[in-house]
Design a protein around this ligand. Structure first.
Ligand code: ZN
Length: 301
């Protein structure tokens, strides 16, 4: 047994975890070094959890590929489809830029990635500028829609519907993957955007109305009651072409977390929306220019 075994040992129980945490400041320093604190903490069963999340996302993808389902929903996913479908459109509605997915498909024109995200100095992960547009064959197939603080539902819908409509017509995808991270909802501890659940749901319903094989994944979202509200509402819109659900939160174990209104929906706050018409129009014009370049390139072939 060498000294490294101490760090490599499996952490299986709460007390193992505490033992390690108490026994060495170096462990705490290690967590800090790799950013495994604050909103990305380690926890008991993490490795199993990661395998379950990845495995169930793969299962969702298989169900769509095999034609077993038209729509697969995996609200705990978000974190494989190209084998059957020629062109896949990935849409990311999470508050944060989809840097990982973007870098995975940067060089291909078979996957178009579109990320709508908060973009501000010092805001994680700092990538996702309007001018980051893919490379090589993938040029113009990375689409970044950097947005400002305070984004309201109406403006979110305006920009997502506009960009996604044009993207759909230009790219003509065979299948869609949507990351529905809802950390942009009002009341999220990230406190950047100010989205209401109805607008978020309407955006997701618009994507579903394309009637393409689609996987809807969860993502960020740190106000647990609001995430549950949003996931429940989105599910109601997606299953069986949309079903109605009651607005009153039913009594259950965590009922108190849904106060003071105990309603499915939460009102947006009054913070100013820094995404004014002028800014959104400028962003749209640039992105439509990229789509025109794809069309030009397609007609040349
Ligand atoms: Zn996020």
């Amino acid at each position: 047994m060498n000294n490294n075994d101490e760090e490599d040992r499996e952490i299986e129980t709460e007390s193992d975890f505490e033992d390690i945490e108490n026994s060495s400041t170096s462990f705490t320093e290690l967590l800090e070094e790799y950013g495994l604190e604050h909103d990305c903490p380690t926890f008991i069963g993490l490795s199993d959890y990661v395998r379950f999340v990845a495995g169930s996302t793969i299962a969702a993808a298989r169900a769509v590929i095999n034609g077993q389902v038209d729509i697969a929903i995996h609200w705990d996913g978000g974190r494989l489809l190209r084998r059957k479908f020629d062109k896949v459109l990935y849409i990311d509605l999470d508050l944060h830029h989809s840097d990982g997915v973007e870098s995975a498909f940067l060089y291909t024109d078979k996957v178009m990635t579109i990320s709508f995200h908060n973009y501000a100095r010092g805001f994680y992960p700092g990538s996702g500028a309007l001018t980051d547009i893919g490379q090589g064959k993938g040029l113009y197939h990375t689409v970044n829609v950097p947005l400002r603080r305070g984004l309201r539902g109406a403006r979110f819908l305006q920009i997502t519907e506009h960009v996604l409509g044009h993207a759909y017509n230009t790219f003509q995808p065979d299948a869609i993957v949507v990351q529905c991270g809802c950390d942009g909802l009002t009341g999220d501890p990230a406190r950047e955007w100010n989205l209401d659940i109805q607008s978020f749901g309407q955006c997701v319903r618009g994507i579903a109305s394309w009637n393409k094989p689609t996987i809807f994944l969860g993502g960020g979202g740190y106000n647990h009651a609001n995430v549950a509200r949003c996931n429940a509402y989105m599910t109601s819109l997606l299953i069986d072409g949309g079903i109605s659900i009651q607005e009153d939160i039913p009594e259950h174990q965590y009922f108190e977390e849904y106060g003071p209104d105990f309603s499915l929906f939460v009102d947006a706050g009054n913070r100013p929306d820094l995404n004014d018409d002028e800014y959104l129009t400028d962003v749209m014009d640039v992105i439509l220019g990229y789509f025109k370049n794809i069309e030009k390139r397609n007609t040349r072939h």
